[in-house]
Design a protein around this ligand. Structure first.
Ligand SMILES: *Cc1c(COP(=O)(O)O)cnc(C)c1O
Length: 388
């Protein structure tokens, strides 16, 4: 039985994001059980997908996540500064990156090319200790990672650096392009290419601790891709990585983020009143408008205009007209909505409010973007989780 979402404290701020760390804890347990015996990396890049990197990291570790993953070195160093000491992988360097502090902080860094292996080796020589180095192969995403033709050279350079004592090659990994479409033929092709790339690495004498390929969608839908370790971001936050096929609830996941705001203005208007910029919404009867003081300055997508819904006065209602920088308007009809009432943009859904996935569909995007973008002037707080 999946624990349900908890009751949140009464709203305090004009606009607030409340993150339920107990939901994240529950999701980490669910994922660990689903992927065992593979280990779990919880991906906390981009401020924990908008949920708070340090708070999520602490909760994930406490719930048993063996690894954390971030994109950039600054994120890795911020986790170390916050006291995290566990296995931590970082994967997005740029030329001239200063790897020294990450090597000293025992962060696993990633190389895609011979040039990066060389840069990391040089930094390790300066640090006077071996860097923990992972190698990324591009098996078909067409983004980061060494392409097949360059892979043997990268592997050879890493093996040499390992023999010289500058690096310890701890991992070999890759990333899917289409794992949110489990039937897509690219998934099988990438998995086969990865198996081949691992063989090349092993033939060169490398003995990585972890081989990993799966993000949330693959971890949940492709047992063959779990290998030694899976890298889960979205699912740890309680959102479905395959929303066309399975909801959060189907997967036993609890969305952790609730976004809500206080109704700032309520007023009666006659039929035929244009609402918000451009008058793209015109009232068809005498009605009540409620102004909610959040907008694209807080990362509410402008594509939510006249499409996304909020829970206000006990019912879901659509945004009326355009989302502005600081506010949006909802047509609440004849219902008795008052200034100070709570408007819930999205949450776990258990109280009848829309979910981040509903917002994603309304805005023509993915739930990743909804939760990662929202922020700005929202006050963010955390409930549940570990103390300190
Ligand atoms: C962001 C990211 C992940 C996490 O993906 P989800 O779909 O959120 O699970 C995993 N691996 C890499 C390389 C990433 O950049």
């Amino acid at each position: 039985m999946t624990p349900g979402p908890r009751d949140l404290p009464s709203p305090r701020a004009r606009a607030e994001i409340v993150v339920d760390l107990d939901a994240i804890r529950s999701n980490v347990h669910t994922l660990k059980a689903a992927v065992a015996p593979a280990a779990l990396m919880v991906v906390v890049k981009a401020d924990g997908y908008g949920h708070g990197m340090v708070e999520v990291a602490r909760t994930a570790r406490d719930a048993g996540a063996e690894w954390l993953g971030v994109a950039v070195l600054d994120e890795a160093l911020a986790l170390r500064a916050a006291g995290d000491t566990g296995r931590l992988l970082c994967w997005l360097g740029v030329p001239g990156e200063d790897y020294l502090p990450a090597i000293e902080a025992d962060v696993d860094v990633t190389a895609y090319s011979v040039a990066e292996v060389d840069e990391i080796s040089a930094a390790a020589a300066e640090a006077g200790r071996a860097a923990r180095l992972q190698l990324k192969v591009d098996t078909g995403l067409g983004r980061g990672g060494a392409v097949e033709a360059d892979w043997p050279g990268v592997v050879r350079a890493a093996a040499e650096a390992e023999r010289a004592g500058h690096v310890r090659v701890t991992g070999v990994w890759s990333h899917f392009a289409c794992s949110d479409e489990p039937e897509h033929p690219a998934n099988d092709q990438q998995e086969a290419a990865f198996t081949q790339a691992v063989k090349v690495a092993e033939a060169a004498g490398l003995a990585p601790e972890v081989r990993h390929l799966a993000n949330s969608a693959a971890a949940l839908t492709r047992p063959s891709a779990r290998l030694d370790l899976v890298r889960c971001g979205l699912a740890a936050y309680g959102l479905s990585p395959v929303p066309q096929q399975q909801s959060s609830a189907d997967l036993g996941l609890v969305p952790a983020m609730t976004a809500r705001a206080q109704v700032a203005v309520v007023k009666q208007v006659p039929a035929g009143s244009g609402v918000s910029y451009g008058h793209t919404y015109v009232t068809d009867r005498e009605t009540t408008l409620a102004v909610v003081p959040v907008g694209y300055g807080e990362g509410i997508l402008r594509s939510a205009s006249s499409r996304a819904e909020l829970l206000v006065g006990g019912r879901t209602r659509r945004v009326a007209g355009r989302v502005c920088m600081d506010q949006l308007v909802v047509d609440v009809g004849d219902d008795p909505v008052s200034v100070g009432d709570t408007a819930v943009l999205f949450g776990p859904g258990a109280g009848g409010e829309p979910t981040a996935e509903d917002w994603a569909q309304a805005c023509g995007t993915i739930s990743y973007e909804i939760v990662t973008r929202i922020g700005g002037r929202f006050a963010r707080s955390h409930v549940g989780g570990v103390a300190g």
